[in-house]
Design a protein around this ligand. Structure first.
Ligand code: DC
Length: 228
């Protein structure tokens, strides 16, 4: 199905939320290509900040130290790369050390504030597909389309396990434990926890192919009369 979006003066922003491994980034980037809209992976910004904290041995539990550190971080990204203070971080944000720490860092309000400022500036002025945990609830509460992707925890761990094949010696059980750990922190933190927006469409991707999911979302877009 080919869908032509009528842009005009109307913003068209798609918020995709869900837990780790639910398929957000795969779906979001495919949709972005298909619709010719920018894609922003908000998790990659939390990951880049976490990596910078690790590399610089910042005591992130000391809020004064953390605040002054992140104030001086200049984060730039496009759909396929991310840099911090001019250094390309793309290849070093999806590794075990970042996976283990990122949820704790992302639960800290000064960190969320920094990321929210970056995301808010994008969402207020342009068409975008953004994925994360709080896009439909906090970052773009008035998004034109909200999707909440989910899948069983075992299936999410299986996907991540196969994705991770990067020389790190991790078993499926390690990956499953990390996903359960991150689910708990992401869903129970006080500041903007992972929750489905009341008006989001929930899709359980456990048994669906990527094409099935894209098809379902494209049908939603068509039914909203954004299509010619
Ligand atoms: O989507 P991801 O697994 O790359 O995200 C990494 C972490 O960042 C995730 O454990 C929670 C956090 N995150 C968040 O708190 N809010 C977002 N909008 C995106 C990610």
């Amino acid at each position: 199905m080919v869908v032509h979006i009528l842009w005009g003066d109307v913003l068209f922003r798609i918020a995709i939320d869900g837990p780790a491994g639910s398929g957000k980034s795969t779906i979001a980037s495919r949709l972005a290509d298909r619709l010719n809209i920018d894609y922003v992976d908000s998790g990659s910004i939390y990951r880049a900040i976490t990596r910078a904290i690790i590399d610089n041995r910042i005591n992130y539990k000391n809020i004064a130290e953390l605040t002054s550190f992140i104030q001086n971080l200049n984060i730039e990204f496009d759909s396929s790369s991310i840099s911090v203070n001019g250094v390309d971080f793309s290849a070093k944000i999806r590794v075990a050390s970042v996976n283990s720490l990122v949820s704790e860092v992302a639960a800290i309000s000064v960190v969320r504030k920094k990321v929210n400022n970056i995301l808010g500036l994008i969402a207020e002025k342009q068409n975008v597909i953004m994925d994360g945990r709080d896009i439909g609830t906090v970052i773009i509460p008035d998004a034109e389309l909200k999707i909440f992707l989910n899948a069983s925890v075992e299936e999410r761990a299986r996907r991540r396990f196969f994705e991770l094949n990067n020389g790190e010696d991790l078993s499926y059980e390690d990956v499953l434990a990390n996903i359960i750990h991150r689910d708990n922190i992401d869903s129970s933190r006080e500041d903007s926890p992972l929750t489905k927006a009341a008006d989001a469409i929930e899709i359980d991707t456990t048994k669906l192919t990527i094409d099935d999911i894209i098809r379902q979302i494209m049908e939603r877009i068509s039914s909203k009369n954004y299509a010619l």
